[in-house]
Design a protein around this ligand. Structure first.
Ligand code: KIV
Ligand code: ZN
Length: 526
């Protein structure tokens, strides 16, 4: 390790983050996020768990081929087949890492793995050695380390390092530990594993008790130098440590003497992209990336900030990519102006995409006259998300009638992309316009799903703002959750599009399970 004070950022939004209920992403969406993570300058991207599905294999393989800069990592259980498939998926990457894990806590070994500690130890050693024979860089995780016996942890870590692991990741898999305990655990590992200086210590903290960031920080102070984290803190159950919190803690509290190489100015854009793609709405009071994170409500605070910014602001909003004054574009702005503003925002549109986006931009500019960066961001991410080539159904037409004394009615027309000449038409009554639309789409697509969450928010201030809709639906049979997101000035149409996006994810998932029927059971072991 050249710089002893550098903290390596290992982003697992595309793997653990994708395990958030409803956050599944297709290969194209994962690629788009991975490119943004490269702009954010993360050190490692954990791109997926290739053995889990054909789609995940493809996603990791595409990212390995097309994303340069960060090391690309793939997850594998300590099972030969997982490791072989993960190594194949990583093959095109210039810099690659294979991450293999096995549970080490008494409860996991006895009830989940049904293995004796000696068998777990032998398996870990064998599989790290096998992984190392296929890929240069191997990371090993003793899963549920937070609840494992320390002496067993020391033994398995020492063995993994002796077999070639150069990163040892300590997961608090169930988010049970406290910062004092977790910091002490890292210190004890440093003091008791004889060959620990041959590996970097990584940590992977879950947020079940709201301590993921605090635990990660305690670990860093005690000698860990890699943090596994996710954008917006998404992840299994209550999520993982949040990348933006770790990066901004180390930047703001540089008196800790540690630093990351994160380009913090890309934080806001990355957060929005991940939220839009996963359909995981960011709570307004979320640290660093919530809508209120830099807003001052009380008169005393506003007065203080006007007198001196640092009275109530410990971070500069521009450092996280909240642009100061922006000159909004308008109906007379040309394609060139749009292209260059998009480039400043980090979007690299091809001419073909640009024409389509320009048409949408002009329509929006006619409606609201001033189009600012937040609108452009919503338009541009929405464009990359409405991926008609992989969607099962395309929205052709939607119309609603509602009002006092009227029964809310929706008429919807969809194109079934599996047979482009097949146009489906129908109408439904509902308790309100959105209910009528959702019922109609459900009837036409025959998707056995129920709407469980509907959120609408405006992108900018003002009554003419784009409205963003986040929707979650649940499969009535296996309870899988699918999210959809859309942004339009008309929230009724945005609702229809968001509902259809979620429905398309449901069909995509059904298709991938058909192609890879054993995967659901296989992943259940993780
Ligand atoms: O939480 C966990 O233990 C994991 C491992 C696979 C690292 O995600
Ligand atoms: Zn995890």
């Amino acid at each position: 390790m050249s710089d002893p004070n550098k903290v390596y950022i290992f982003d697992t939004s595309l793997r653990d983050g994708e395990q958030s209920p409803g956050a599944s992403m297709n290969a194209q969406e994962k690629l788009e996020i991975a490119k943004q993570l490269a702009l954010l300058n993360v050190d490692v991207i954990e791109a997926g768990f290739p053995v889990s599905s054909k789609g995940d294999f493809e996603a990791v393989h595409n990212i390995a081929k097309e994303v340069h800069g960060p090391t690309i990592c793939a997850l594998a259980r300590a099972i030969e087949k997982d490791i072989k498939v993960a190594a194949e998926a990583l093959e095109p990457a210039k810099s690659k890492r294979l991450h293999t894990f096995i549970a080490t806590s008494p409860i996991h070994m006895e009830h989940k793995l049904k293995m004796k500690p000696a068998e777990v130890l032998a398996k870990a050693g064998e599989m790290v050695e096998y992984a190392k024979s296929l890929v240069d860089e191997v990371e090993f995780s003793p899963e549920d380390a937070g609840r494992s016996e320390k002496s067993f942890l020391y033994e398995i870590i020492e063995l993994a390092i002796s077999k070639g692991a150069s990163s040892i990741n300590i997961p608090d898999t169930v988010g049970y530990t406290t910062p004092m305990e977790f910091g002490q655990l890292i210190k004890d590992i440093k003091d008791n594993v004889p060959n620990i200086d041959q590996a970097i210590i990584s940590v992977h903290c879950h947020n079940d008790l709201g301590l993921a960031t605090a635990n990660s920080l305690a670990a860093l102070v005690n000698g860990a130098r890699q943090v596994e984290c996710t954008v917006n803190g998404i992840g299994e159950r209550a999520g993982n440590a949040s990348l933006e919190e770790i990066a901004m803690i180390l930047k703001t509290r540089n008196d800790l003497g540690l630093h990351t190489e994160i380009n913090t100015k890309q934080i806001t854009r990355t957060s929005k992209l991940v939220s839009n793609i996963t359909g995981m709405f960011v709570q307004p009071n979320k640290a660093i990336v919530g809508a209120n994170a830099f807003a001052h409500e009380s008169g005393i605070h506003q007065d203080g900030v006007l007198k001196h910014q640092k009275t109530y602001e410990i971070m500069n909003p521009e450092d996280v990519g909240i642009l100061a004054t922006q000159i909004p574009l308008g109906p007379r702005s040309g394609k060139h102006a749009l292209k260059s503003r998009l480039a400043q925002l980090g979007f690299d549109k091809t001419e073909e995409n640009l024409d389509e986006l320009y048409a949408k931009f002009i329509k929006l500019a006619d409606e609201k006259k001033r189009v600012d960066d937040r609108d452009l961001f919503a338009l541009a991410t929405n464009q990359s998300l409405s991926n008609e080539s992989t969607a099962t159904f395309e929205l052709v037409h939607v119309q609603v009638t509602c009002g006092s004394g009227n029964l809310p009615t929706a008429s919807v027309m969809l194109r079934d992309q599996r047979d482009k000449t097949n146009i489906l038409k129908g109408s439904e009554l509902g308790t309100g316009p959105v209910d009528a639309i959702c019922k109609c789409i459900r009837k036409l697509t025959k998707a056995d799903c129920t709407l469980i969450e509907f959120t609408v928010k405006s992108v900018t201030e003002g009554i003419d703002s784009l409205g963003e809709v986040f929707i979650r639906i649940q499969d009535d049979k296996n309870k899988g959750i699918y999210s959809g997101h859309a942004a339009k000035t008309d929230i009724v149409i945005a609702s229809a599009q968001a509902y259809l996006n979620a429905t398309n994810r449901y069909f995509e998932r059904k298709e991938s399970l058909k192609l890879n029927p054993q995967s659901a059971e296989e992943i259940a072991g993780v």
